[in-house]
Design a protein around this ligand. Sequence first.
Ligand code: PEP
Length: 249
Amino acid sequence: MRRKVIAGNWKMNMLPNETLSFIEALAPHVKNSEVEVILCVPYTDLFYALLAAQETNIKIGAQNMHWEDSGAYTGEVSAKMLKSIGVEYVILGHSERRQYFAETDETVNKKVKKALEEGLKPIVCVGETLEQREAEKTDEVIGKQIEIGLGGLKETDFATLIIAYEPIWAIGTGKTATSEQANETIRAIRKKIVEMYGNEVASNVIIQYGGSVKSANAKELFTTSDIDGGLVGGASLKVEEFEKIINFS
Ligand code: PEP
């Protein structure tokens, strides 16, 4: 049985004091939740988030990392560094990083391998543009992202790795994929994983949906056959809204 996982992606928002009060306010509302709750925060908030989340069931993640352990990579942070302070998750290949910071399927693959090697749990994002969806290229585009981005892994890696299906046209736009569209594409992702790693891996891997998730659509999305929770951007910045999404059922 797959579990539901709901992760907030704060992007470049929130200061340390806001992080502390957010987690303090959220924790009591989610302490009995059966959903796994993750907050992926900016680097500068990580230490504070880890402190505030210590006695709670909220897990903390970063939003990116470099694939090398150390070296002349100004401005970068390695998996080892994240792991050393107790970070558990890391978002990799978010469409904003692909779009603005030249992230490719190849660099995503290097990062995924390094994260797993260091014991970090990657949340790997894939998704199509509106043009690609309208040209009926969604499965092909995502198939390639999965083939390269998740190539050369071990079957056991999929026990910790999470995939987030995030149609680019639905991120931060207020346009959500319908639950049928999201579920159907996630089924196509499972089919691709069957080809690469077999049935058991494909039916057990956690695949989230992301793209304008809010409390009003969370239940409809997360109660479909193949969607195992969500990666939530804007709506994860407000305690009340994020708490309602987590407690969707
Ligand atoms: C995201 O950034 O991963 C995301 C899904 O954003 P939003 O929920 O704001 O669309």
